[in-house]
Design a protein around this ligand. Structure first.
Ligand code: DGL
Length: 265
């Protein structure tokens, strides 16, 4: 049984997971949230399964020390490479971003031609493909890793021609394949929504995994009676593993509001 007043714990390789918090705050404004961003060891996108599994366990252990009632793994790379391990290891529910996004993609896809973009680790793991195929074997999946997107977004070159050109190059193959749905399988990509829509065209459905996981967490807390009282406004505590200055500066864009109360651990 969940303790209603305990916080939702969430971790990411850095500040990208703030896009998930942004959606969680919309869906569950009364919940307390403890966020851990592993800013000292970011990026996770190019690292091995062994390394990511070790980092993910350390991050989850940190959240468990804060007595969280549920752990949300915001990082797609961590989910792809270590979610099953985490689910087995902890007593509290561990929720990833993959299943909710995949379910939505299958629901929305008209022609069962689905694209997936993410980091090298996420795409190489093939986990999105497996999850999609589990729901519908007939789905045609086209994936592409877009490793330059993360640094471009962190550089705040979101509405820049350079980003648009790089996006065109990454996405041209998926466009040729005439996908009808595209899963943004990386914490950072919701910030590129406008650029990606411009490149892919309005008729391609974009699936924001951050939005989908927030809905899933809400459902889970409702079902298990773990929601916090409706009158209380929630609080967010942010922890990072390196200097908080950059996290505070860039993170506001991801969160959609100013960040305060960041502690280095
Ligand atoms: N958070 C990572 C993800 O969603 C992107 C950034 C990184 O490579 O660490 O896969």
């Amino acid at each position: 049984m969940m303790e209603n007043n305990q916080a939702i714990g969430i971790f990411d390789s850095g500040l990208g997971g703030l896009t998930v918090i942004r959606e969680l705050l919309k869906a569950l404004p009364n919940e307390n949230i403890v966020y851990f961003g592993d800013t000292a060891r970011v990026p996770y996108g190019n690292k091995s399964k062994k390394t990511i599994s070790r980092f993910s366990i350390e991050n989850a252990d940190f959240l468990i020390k804060h007595k969280v009632k549920i752990i949300v793994v915001a990082c797609n790379t961590s989910c792809s490479l270590s979610l099953n391990l985490l689910k087995k290891k902890y007593k509290v529910p561990v929720v990833g971003v993959i299943e909710p996004a995949v379910r939505k993609a299958v629901e929305r896809s008209r022609g069962l031609r689905v694209g997936v973009i993410g980091t090298r680790g996420t795409i190489k793991s093939n986990v999105y493909n497996q999850a999609l195929k589990r729901i519908n074997k007939r789905i045609k999946i086209f994936s592409k890793s877009c490793p330059l997107f993360v640094p471009l977004i962190e550089e705040d070159w979101i509405n820049d021609d350079i980003t648009l050109n790089i996006g065109r190059r990454y996405l041209s193959e998926l466009k040729k394949r005439e996908i009808d749905t595209l899963i943004l399988a990386c914490t950072h990509y919701p910030l590129l929504m406008k650029a990606i829509r411009k490149i892919m065209g309005r008729e391609v459905e974009l699936i924001n995994s951050a939005e989908e996981v927030a809905g899933h967490v809400k459902e889970l807390l409702e079902l298990s009676g773990g929601l916090r009282g409706a009158k209380q406004k929630g609080r967010c505590l942010f922890y990072v593993s390196d200097e908080p200055a950059q996290f505070v500066k860039v993170g506001g864009k991801f969160l959609g509001r100013k960040i305060s109360c960041v502690r280095k651990v």
